[in-house]
Design a protein around this ligand. Structure first.
Ligand code: ATP
Ligand code: MG
Length: 180
């Protein structure tokens, strides 16, 4: 499985639609300070279901929508689609290519899609759970995160290993079952 393509429109600094085609191997994004490099990784975490505006460096979820500039009006909707190659069925879904779309309107309304079919946020989170790619995973290490991992308490560090080892899913299910 690998990331094939990222389409971003109206998300943060990307007022116009941009598409990134990832090739197999390593892709580096370079640019001056403030040019939107981190906004690209934010868009990936967002489409994978990130719900914390703060961890996306905003105050509220609306802050992910293009807020306007000197020359352009603010937009009312942000949309991100991430396409993954899945011919080995690494993600538990019967498609060789999987696209995940998230859309948010300034009114606060959100929409989620898997291969253009309406779905719930939970479906996306479940799909990526244990893939090592989900919103809580450590496949995206943000600025400052390395120090956070090194300095966190032992039970926080344990969570990191549990996610990496794929046992977090079962722990969450157990917790849910106990609440019922
Ligand atoms: P650095 O090298 O400093 O880490 P970077 O390339 O990672 O920079 P980002 O943090 O991705 O830069 O981009 C920051 C820019 O995104 C800022 O100019 C900020 O104004 C802009 N930005 C963030 N949210 C929005 C929004 N909702 N609407 C318009 N612009 C936004
Ligand atoms: Mg940055």
């Amino acid at each position: 499985m690998f990331l094939k393509r990222l389409d971003v429109a109206g998300f943060k600094s990307f007022a116009d639609k941009i598409s990134v085609d990832f090739v197999q191997g390593m892709t580096a994004v370079v640019g001056p300070n403030g040019s939107g490099k981190s906004n690209i990784t934010d868009s990936i975490r967002w489409v994978l279901g990130e719900q914390s505006a703060r961890s996306l460096r905003g105050a509220k979820m609306e802050d992910v929508i293009f807020a306007g500039s000197d020359t352009r009006k603010a937009l009312n909707v942000a949309e991100v689609t991430l396409t993954l190659e899945n011919s080995e069925q690494f993600l538990p879904i019967d498609y060789h290519e999987v696209s995940i779309t998230r859309r948010v309107f300034r009114s606060g309304e959100s929409e989620f899609f898997i291969n253009n079919q309406h779905c719930r946020l939970k479906d996306i989170i479940d799909l990526f759970m244990d893939s090592g790619l989900g919103r809580e995973s450590f496949s995206i290490i943000g600025q400052g995160r390395v120090e956070e991992v090194l300095s966190s308490k032992s039970d926080e560090r344990r969570k990191i290993f549990e996610e990496a080892a794929g046992v977090l899913k079962y722990k969450l299910r157990k917790k849910k079952a106990e609440l019922k």
